[in-house]
Design a protein around this ligand. Structure first.
Ligand code: ZN
Length: 133
């Protein structure tokens, strides 16, 4: 394996520390709030990995916020064992860029959270969504 290739692989595994381009270099891209088109807006991007910085007003939350919200699940409504909780936590903690302010938005986080929880226990999407508000 040559050195150049190894660097690319390393880059893919390690999270980028992100360095924003200057204000002048901003790129005009479509902007939407929860699926509703809001026209074009200038976006910052990372000069290292090229990721476009999310300008959503709904900033991503820490993984712990979602893990804590699991404790709000009413066990009489949704039977949730410690093993299930552990599996959900493990999966959430391993999602790359889950807290990344560049590529992640609250909306995407919620979708991921709901998908992961539903994988391990029988619970309705509406119930989980109500828990996050
Ligand atoms: Zn970056």
């Amino acid at each position: 394996m040559n050195i150049a290739f190894e660097i690319i692989v390393d880059d893919g595994i390690m999270s980028c520390l992100h360095e924003s381009c200057g204000r002048i270099d901003k790129v005009w891209l479509p902007f939407e709030i929860r699926g509703a088109d809001r026209g074009l807006k200038p976006h910052l991007y990372c000069t290292r990995c090229g990721a476009i910085k999310s300008i959503s007003t709904e900033k991503p939350k820490k993984t712990t916020y979602y893990i804590n919200s699991l404790s709000k699940i009413d066990k009489r409504v949704v039977p949730l064992t410690k093993v299930q909780v552990r599996l959900i936590v493990k999966e959430l903690e391993h999602i790359e860029d889950f807290e990344d302010p560049y590529s992640m938005t609250r909306e995407i986080q919620e979708k991921i959270f709901i998908t992961v929880v539903k994988k391990y226990c029988r619970v309705s999407e509406a119930y989980l969504a109500s828990m996050l508000n």
